[in-house]
Each structure stands twice: as structure tokens, then as C-alpha cells.
Design a protein around this ligand. Structure first.
Ligand code: ADP
Length: 631
């Protein structure tokens, strides 16, 4: 076989092979989406051409009639998708159709389980794109030329979707891209004009460029071609009157811009007139994108200026705590040559950001009325939304109504309780909203710090996400009720505590003064103070932070993230009613007393999920206690 000088065969990146394999198996029941994906790419390419031509209109090469053409040939068993968009150079085609350039791709594929049902769920988060053509095609040929390039610099890319692809330079008089699908034998049903038209109207009606097909006249049962017809509506969806747009159309448009293949949870479509004019069409996805937590995540909305596509992922349009929102903003006021730098400090963008954020807040508030739907949203995006109170105080009030927490009032770890629910259940005399923070729901729920609350039937919010430390700091109150940590400072139960209890505490402290001093002497270097507790009912001891100190959990998080912070010592609180405390208060042997004191400190640390400095020593002491007690 003679190999042409400009021809080369290259292997697909491992992730592409994995994606191809996964897709062919998992999307088999919904094969028709290949057309949606290819039309979506063609439409993006037309958008990009129009954008680049703003600066250099020679790129149009005298052909400004932007359109996408779908053709098929029953005899040859091929379908072609032709666009006159931006096209690709040789380098671009290698980059785009041989690798997956999304950040976090490797991690995504590493997270696959090998279990086909589970993995096919995951693939939706990832977006299928161009490679979906291999669900119906045994061979795919892409012929393309970048706009503005010499006709001799066309490229042909061919692959059977297995391990590799071949590319060569070809003569290509017209700019843009032609994708030829050589269908598998079992995909014959797509070689049908009616079928293709119905797929186009179903998934791609909203595409703002005309999608054309040859007209077919049924003469004597023999189909003949007579000119072209436009199959879709070919107007920008967001520019249409919302009363005339069906939910399905909104959903399909969402899939086009988001590369998700599930319907969104909700959308909001809004036209703003006045000082700044813009249209926004924003969606809440029904699942987290695979790279939601990736710092380099490509997020943001698509920005258009007077219907002309300007950029993907315009991050400045929405705050980062709304990075899961997908959609389109079309501004009438921004200049067409707007760049990312300009977006960063721009009054128009500021006003769009504020307007859109408000709209999303009201959409979410409206969603809270439907509990189940909102719960679904919260479970997926709650953690991101919580960043909002840390980031931006303007929306604190709105956000505090949207937050949901786990609580001692519920039996599940699902975050269901709103601050409104909590306040509605507050006891007479209770002035604060109590919470406890730990590194897991189980630790928070079992935390000794909330024993007294449980006994008195006072609800405590159980927080266990790292962000919660910041949330509680920034959201210091809700409707005039302060948020108060159950494991920081002196316990203040307000008027819920009876006078007798307050007196008992005072008396206890006096009676046990000697014991407190003795323990303090032993654990002196580990604690700031030792005192009689008011929180504990069943545990012997617990650790609390001084009211002005950083919470112990926050301290751990910061240390784990490599920050060098001066640690603060906790306060050891002991429960004089507990048998162990009673026993050691009469312990004469100083060595034994010292062991007991250390054990008390260590177990208090363990119960809040802390780590012992010397676990071996702890076990040794504990064992020797057990032995001595059973003698
Ligand atoms: P995505 O569209 O999500 O980026 P795809 O796998 O569908 O992923 O496509 C990869 C890239 O290939 C696109 O981002 C685009 O740069 C390029 N591409 C695909 N189809 C075309 C086309 N018809 N014209 C120009 N470029 C294209």
C-alpha cells in the first residue's frame, strides 16, 4: 500500500477510546441523538465563523448564506451533515477529533466503575458530542477546511471508531465541514427523509441557522429531488415570544448548549428592557456536571450580542456560586468586540449579573414550594449554593431561605430542614438557632455537645460539610435569631434553662473546685481550662472551644489544607453526675488519677472526631484501667 506523503494514521487518546466504547454500549436505545450532536457542532461552527468574521469579513469567502445541510443516500447507505462554518485546520482536527480536551477528563474516566448501567448514567454528565456518530456509523469521514485557508489546505479525517484515525491533506474549495456517516447495517432506518426530518424537528428545531434538506417529490412512488427546503424554525429560541415556546423546545435547546442529555429541572426566560436591554434564558440542570468541583471547570453562560454568538463560558455573567447554571445571555448594549477582559469590569455586565442572580433567586424560591423538586435540586447543588453567603453578602437573606440542613428533628442524613422550619419549632424562651459541626453526619448526631439539647427536646442543626464552618460564620443570624454553635463558648440556653439549673451549676462548680484543679494540673498543657459542664447528660466529658477562638473543626480543616495556623487549646468540660467522674474524684493514687484525666481528655477528643496525638498510649492506659477495675 502506498502511503501518501501527507497522510498519517494516529491513535486516539485513551479517553477517546473509553468514551467510544462506553457510548456505543450505553446509548444504543437512543441512537437518533447522533444527529442532534452533529447539528449542534455544525451550528457552533457557524456561530464561530460569524464571530470571527466580525473582525475579518473576508472569511465569508463571498458566501454569507450560513446553513446546515443534511443529505442521505439510500444506495450507498450514507448520511452527510454539511456546514459552511469555521471549519478545522489539520492541527485543530487532531486536537478536536482525536483527544478530549475538557479539563478533568482523566479523573472522570478513572471514576467509571466498569458497571455498564452505572457508567451509562455517568456519561450523560460528560456530554457525548461528535463521537456519538459511531453509534450508527461503522465508518466516519470528515472533510473540512478552515475559513480563510487556501483551498489546498483541506483535511480529510477517516476512522472506524476503534483505535485510530487517518488524516490527509485534500483540496477543498469550500470552507466548512462535511461529515459523512457510513451507516452500520442495523441503522438503515435513518436512511429515510421523513425519519430525518422528524429527528431534526424533534431535537434541533431551535437551531438558529436553517437546517435544509432536499425537497422530495413523491412521483409514482419514486422520490425525486426538487430544490431545498428548511426543516427547522431557524430563529434563535430565546428571541421568540415565550408564550409560543413549548417545554420540549426549551429542553432541547438546553441540551444543545449544555451537552447534557437529560432534561433540566427548570428554566427561566426573561427579556429586560430599559436602561440595559438583554434577554436571558437560564437553566438549572438536573445533575451536576462532571467537573463541578474542578477549579478549571469551563462554566458560565453563552454570551451573544444582538443574536451574534460572542463566547462560551462567560464566567463574569454569573457569580461562581451559580456556576451550575447553563444558558444564554443576549445583550443589546455590549460592543460586538467585547473580550473577556472587558467583561471583567463593565457596568453593563454588572447589571446583567445582578438581574440574572435575582431572577435565579426567585426561581429557586418558587421551587421551594414544591418540596420534592427542591430537595432534588438541593441534594445536587446545595453545597455550591452555600458558597454564596461566603462570597456575597447582598444575597444572604435570599440564600438563607434556600438553605436546607440535617437536624436532630429528622431521622435521615438528608438535608431537609430550612431555617424557617427550625424557627417555627423553636421552644418558648429559645433565642438562638443551635448547630453542631463535625466531620460527618454520624459524628455530629452522636456528639456529646448536644446531649442537653436532646434531653430538653431542643432541635440542633447537624452540619458536616467543610463549607459549613464558613456558612455559619457569614450567616450569623436568621430573622433576628443568632446562629449559635453547640460546641463553642459557655452554653447559653437563654430562658430555657430554669433558675434551679443555673443555681445547680454554680453550686457544682464550687463543690467540685478541688477536682477541677487536680485535673487541670494533669492536662494543663493540652487545655485552656477545665470546668463543670452544662451540656452533658450521659457522657463524662467533652471539649469545647472558647467563644472567641476558631472552632476546632475549622482549625482541623485549615490545617489539613496546609495552612499554618496557631492552634488554640480547648476547654475540657466534665460531667459531675457521671460515674467515672464520681469515681475519680475520690481517687487517692496520683498516678491513677493522672491516667484517668488523660483518658477523659482523649475520649472527649475522639467523640468529636478528633485524632489522638498518641493513640497507643491511650489504649495502654485504658487497658490497664479495665484490668485494674476487673480485679
Ligand atoms: P464539544 O462539541 O462538546 O466540544 P465534540 O466532541 O462534539 O465536543 O467536538 C469537539 C470539537 O470539535 C468541537 O469543540 C469543535 O471545536 C470541533 N468540531 C466538531 N464538529 C465541528 C464542525 N462541524 N465544524 C468545526 N469544528 C467542529
Amino acid at each position: 500500500m502506498s502511503v501518501k506523503a501527507n497522510q498519517e494514521t494516529l491513535g486516539f487518546q485513551t479517553e477517546v477510546k473509553q468514551l467510544l466504547d462506553l457510548m456505543i454500549h450505553s446509548l444504543y436505545s437512543n441512537r437518533e441523538i447522533f444527529l442532534r450532536e452533529l447539528i449542534s457542532n455544525a451550528s457552533d461552527a457557524e456561530d464561530k465563523l460569524r464571530f470571527e468574521a466580525l473582525k475579518d469579513d473576508s472569511l465569508y469567502e463571498k458566501d454569507t448564506d450560513l446553513k446546515i445541510k443534511i443529505d442521505f443516500n439510500k444506495e450507498q447507505k450514507i448520511i452527510t451533515i454539511l456546514d459552511n462554518g469555521i471549519g478545522m485546520s489539520r492541527e485543530e482536527i487532531i486536537e478536536n477529533l482525536g483527544t478530549i480536551a475538557k479539563s478533568g477528563t482523566k479523573q472522570f474516566f478513572d471514576s467509571l466503575t466498569g458497571d455498564q448501567t452505572k457508567d451509562s448514567q455517568l456519561i450523560g454528565q460528560f456530554g457525548v458530542g461528535f463521537y456519538s456518530c459511531f453509534i450508527v456509523a461503522k465508518k466516519v469521514e470528515v472533510i473540512t477546511r478552515r475559513a480563510g485557508e487556501n483551498r489546498a489546505n483541506g483535511v480529510r479525517w477517516i476512522s472506524e471508531g476503534e483505535n485510530d484515525y487517518t488524516i490527509e491533506t485534500v483540496d477543498r474549495p469550500k470552507r466548512g465541514t462535511k461529515v459523512i456517516l457510513y451507516l452500520r447495517d442495523d441503522a438503515d432506518m435513518f436512511l429515510d427523509g421523513f425519519k430525518l426530518r422528524s429527528i431534526i424537528t424533534k431535537y434541533s428545531d431551535h437551531i438558529s441557522f436553517p437546517i435544509v434538506m432536499d425537497e422530495e417529490d413523491d412521483i409514482d412512488n419514486k422520490k425525486e429531488k426538487s430544490g431545498e427546503e428548511t426543516v427547522n424554525s431557524a430563529t434563535a429560541l430565546w428571541a421568540r415570544n415565550k408564550k409560543e415556546i413549548k417545554d420540549e423546545e426549551y429542553n432541547e435547546f438546553y441540551k444543545h448548549i449544555s451537552h447534557d442529555y437529560d432534561d433540566p429541572i427548570a428554566h427561566i426566560h426573561n427579556k429586560v428592557e430599559g436602561r440595559h436591554e438583554y434577554t436571558s434564558l437560564l437553566y438549572i440542570p438536573s445533575r451536576a456536571p462532571f467537573d463541578l468541583w474542578d477549579k478549571e471547570q469551563q462554566h458560565g453562560v453563552k454570551l451573544y450580542v444582538r443574536r451574534i454568538f460572542i463566547m462560551d463560558d462567560a464566567k463574569q455573567i454569573l457569580p461562581s456560586w451559580l456556576r451550575f447554571i447553563r444558558g444564554v445571555i443576549d445583550s443589546n448594549d455590549l460592543p460586538l468586540n467585547v473580550s473577556r477582559e472587558i467583561l471583567q469590569q463593565n457596568k453593563i455586565v454588572d447589571s446583567i449579573r445582578l438581574g440574572c442572580t435575582k431572577k435565579i433567586m426567585s426561581l429557586l424560591k418558587a421551587m421551594t414550594k414544591k418540596n420534592e423538586e427542591y430537595q432534588k435540586f438541593w441534594n445536587i447543588f446545595g453545597k455550591v449554593l452555600k458558597e454564596g453567603v461566603v462570597d456575597n453578602s447582598d444575597f444572604k437573606g435570599d440564600l438563607s431561605q434556600l438553605f436546607r440542613f440535617s437536624s436532630t428533628h429528622e431521622d435521615t442524613d438528608e438535608q431537609k430542614v430550612s431555617l424557617k422550619d427550625y424557627v417555627g419549632r423553636m421552644q418558648e424562651g429559645q433565642n438562638s438557632i443551635y448547630y453542631v459541626i463535625a466531620d460527618s453526619y454520624v459524628t455530629a448526631k452522636g456528639s456529646p455537645h448536644i446531649e442537653i439539647f436532646k434531653k430538653k427536646g431542643i432541635e440542633v442543626l447537624l452540619l458536616s460539610e467543610p463549607i459549613d464552618e464558613w456558612v455559619t460564620t457569614h450567616l450569623s443570624e436568621y430573622e433576628g435569631k443568632t446562629l449559635q454553635s453547640a460546641n463553642k463558648g459557655e452554653l447559653d440556653l437563654g430562658d430555657i434553662q430554669s433558675e434551679t439549673e443555673k443555681k445547680k451549676k454554680k453550686k457544682n462548680s464550687e463543690v467540685h473546685n478541688d477536682l477541677i484543679e487536680r485535673i487541670k494540673n494533669v492536662v494543663n498543657d493540652k487545655v485552656k481550662d477545665v470546668r463543670i459542664t452544662e451540656r452533658l447528660t450521659t457522657s463524662p466529658a467533652c471539649l469545647v472551644s472558647d467563644s472567641n477562638d476558631m472552632g476546632r473543626h475549622l482549625e482541623q480543616i485549615l490545617k489539613a489544607s496546609g495552612q499554618n495556623i496557631p492552634g488554640s487549646k480547648p476547654i475540657l468540660e466534665i460531667n459531675p453526675d457521671h460515674p467515672i467522674i464520681k469515681k475519680i474524684s475520690s481517687e487517692k493514687d496520683d498516678d491513677l488519677f493522672s491516667d484517668w484525666s488523660h483518658i477523659l481528655f482523649d475520649q472527649a477528643l475522639l467523640s468529636e472526631g478528633g485524632q489522638l496525638a498518641d493513640p497507643v498510649n491511650f489504649i495502654k492506659k485504658l487497658n490497664s484501667m479495665i484490668v485494674s477495675m476487673s480485679k
